[in-house]
Design a protein. Sequence first.
Length: 687
Amino acid sequence: MNSLRLIKHLWQALPLSDYNRWRFTSLLLEPILPLIKDSVVYTAYLREKEWQTKRIRPFYGDSLPQLPPQKKADIFFWGIIDWRFRIQRPQHLARGFAEKGHRVFYISTAFVNTSRPGFELECMDTPGQLYNVRFHLSGRPQVYASPPSRDDIHRLTASTATLLAWTESRDIISIIQHPYWYTLARKVPNNRLIYDCMDHHDGFTNTGNDIAALELALLKDAEVVVATSRWLQDIAAAHNHNVKLIRNATDYDFFSVKPDSIFQDPQGRQVLGYYGAIADWMDIELLEKIALHFNNCLLLLVGADECNARQYLGALQNVKFTGEVVYDELTYYLYGMDVCLLPFQVVPLTLATNPVKVYEYLSAGKPVVAVKLPELAQFEGLVAVAETHENFIMQVGKALATLSHAKSENDRQQFAARNSWTQRVESFEAAIETLPEPLISIIVLTYNNLKLTRACLDSLDKFTNYRNLETIIVDNASDDDTPNFLHHWSKYGNRRRLILNKENRGFSAANNQGMAAATGEYLVLLNNDTEVTNGWLRTLMNHMRMDPSLGLIGPVTNNIGNEARIRIRYNDSVEMQRKARNYTLKHMGETFPIRTLAFFCVMMPRQIYEQVGPLDEAYGLGFFEDDDYCRRIEKAGKRLECAEDVFIHHHLSASFNKLGKGRKELLEHNQKIYESKWGPWVPHKRR
């Protein structure tokens, strides 16, 4: 084992890309393969060979391909296994979503051993919709052992930013399949979070203690939890109200077709078979009893021996271990089996399991005998189940005695055909439709400056990417062509409302009108001298959703008098969008505490508005009402944060600049009002 670890370490340390490292290693291994056929090295080599013979040469650095246009939400699979590991639920779902027209990015558990942020990329289909992504991360940590360290999160965030800079995703759905990724995935902007819960992780011997705590946080924060079994569904339901049951399935088109060549026992014996991992959850004692009882049959075990079963059973003359085989060879062995077995121990890990291989066995019409697990009940009596070793052996005997029953074979295949991965992807898309979309009310205050208002509302249409939205315009008696434009605007869109004041009621009073009319779970105050950027709204909401202690949040900007201002330059809106994206990706998931948020753009939960109340209208036309409201939110025990990963362009005081000398008088008057309530005003600071 020590020598194997040394070989693995040296292999990973080669200063080559993974693709070239494979080519170099294969040249070394090919001559000695016959000598190591029964070793774990050979098993690993077979997996790698299957992968490399199918894969397209990887892209990295500046050679990234051009993606097809985004037509549906991009799907990011945060994987539980490396893509090149055994073909299972993760790969089938990823392929299915790509076939449905989504651009799919499968984040592998295998890392590229380098400290420079980035990723290696492999296109997995001809249309260029499906990609396998391997992030750069020094040391290649095992995702199952422990959560990522703070340094690793920092590096992975930087690598994710480089990926998103390439994809330019407007709408993202993250499907997390292992808790390791949770801290990273929740940082992704404009993101919806799904936990595809397919395993009882504590049941694996390589699962670290801290993974359970991370999974608990993921169960609570996911917008929907998809469970593969009733057992997992019940666990998830204790922590999340939105849980969907989407079981495993079969690649029916593959497993239902008998290959030209099938396995045959050289001695002509009937074959009792199993394929899959031969691991800790296998009931080795049961396998021994089966082999001894049916000594006139061959017990065929196809898969990697991960629990030294060969050492325990190897002396039996009617037991054959094949070692790991590639996916395409599974039907060669499956169709050579007379009875298929599921000889698991009944432990928490298997109690939570919805076994993929049973669907695959049934696709070939094979009789199946399994231990009694909760998920076996849904196979509609097509699988024989047993609670004891003796009963299991009896069921195998019955299955052997009725092999020629054509109707049973047809029933099994019909059931399998109704449970394909294509159907599971459709169920997944239906679950996505149930993702919570809290109604958000955006209140835009206008007063003249029609050109700015047009640009603001146009940016809302182009870059908000949020369905459940109402926009309320409150116009403070504009005397240019603004009212006519707003009348037209309100008629050509969903959930657009217009309030026209006959007099300028000031900033606080007009915003209060909008908030009183709003019905959303979240309220946004947005000035008309702003332009929003891609995904701004959901990203702000996600910060609030993930942190109930937040009472108010706002973006960074180009033009404001406090810490929310960043150094950024651009010449037009197109350049602004690009540079804003570059900045926000570098600060993905980041927020910082701020004493006062300027109300050119802020978001609050409805309950905060109901608790704190409307803006103080004593401030008249404006100034200091935002400072005042921030103090009131702090008094209510909530925090204020500025989101580094949301940028809003701000022209700054487009309306107030027209006040001339009256601006200074208004400032001085309102400062006195503020200080009478809160004491000396603390001037805002820039970075």
